[in-house]
Design a binder for this molecule. Structure first.
Ligand code: SF4
Ligand code: SF4
Length: 80
């Protein structure tokens, strides 16, 4: 999985990342409190990372250890 959205997005959902993603692989729904990146579609371009106002987006390999649960959460959203 390339890029991952983590806990700081919860309750923010301002969509800045969606506007810059060239492959439209960031989504959510009314039931979710945050956005998620589709690991099967993300092309690892990193465009989304700097535009997030709360620094919620990380390269998988730079993910803080206390945010590793979000690897699974991002993937699970697209398995629904
Ligand atoms: S790294 Fe690029 S392709 Fe992946 S979610 Fe961010 S903007 Fe989209
Ligand atoms: S830019 Fe950051 S806070 Fe806004 S929707 Fe994307 S991940 Fe969430």
């Amino acid at each position: 999985m390339p890029f991952v959205i983590t806990e700081p997005c919860i309750g923010v959902k301002d969509k800045s990342c969606i506007e810059v993603c060239p492959v439209k692989c960031i989504a959510s729904d009314d039931e979710e409190e945050m956005y998620f990146i589709d690991p099967g579609v993300c092309i690892n371009c990193s465009y989304c990372e700097p535009v997030c106002p709360v620094n919620a987006i990380f390269d998988e390999f730079k993910l803080p250890s206390d945010q590793r649960i979000y690897l699974r959460k991002n993937r699970q959203f697209y398995e629904k």
